[in-house]
Design a protein. Sequence first.
Length: 146
Amino acid sequence: MKDSTPILNILEEQVRCYGSLYGLLKSEKEAIVSFDPAVFEELAKQKDNLVLQLRLLEDERKRLTDEFFSEEDTGRSISDLYAVTGDERFVRIRSRLMSLLQGIEELNEINRLLIERASLHLSASANFFQTFNMDASRKVTVSREA
């Protein structure tokens, strides 16, 4: 029987990275609600790096899985790995991945809605100031003295 340990290691690393992504999305939600653009920008950079790392891990997982199943006509899923190896760790990892991916999908949707609402609010505010012929780029000095 072939060694499935490298695939398990990659899957564990993917679980760790998806957990980190979930945490970043929660922080992003807080940054959107508190309207903290600096934090939001930093989180976006971290997310980009993490997504790149996840893509590389997925490519490696596919390569290892293809190599593992090179002599068989079965599928290439985590369930197929469990069926061939009987290793219960594949079932646990699959469950954790499914849970994390569902949570990430839900947080992405919430953050998308929050960003849309913030954008609408900013547009409405800008339109309000334009009704008074106020140029947002022009700085006006106001004095308290009469």
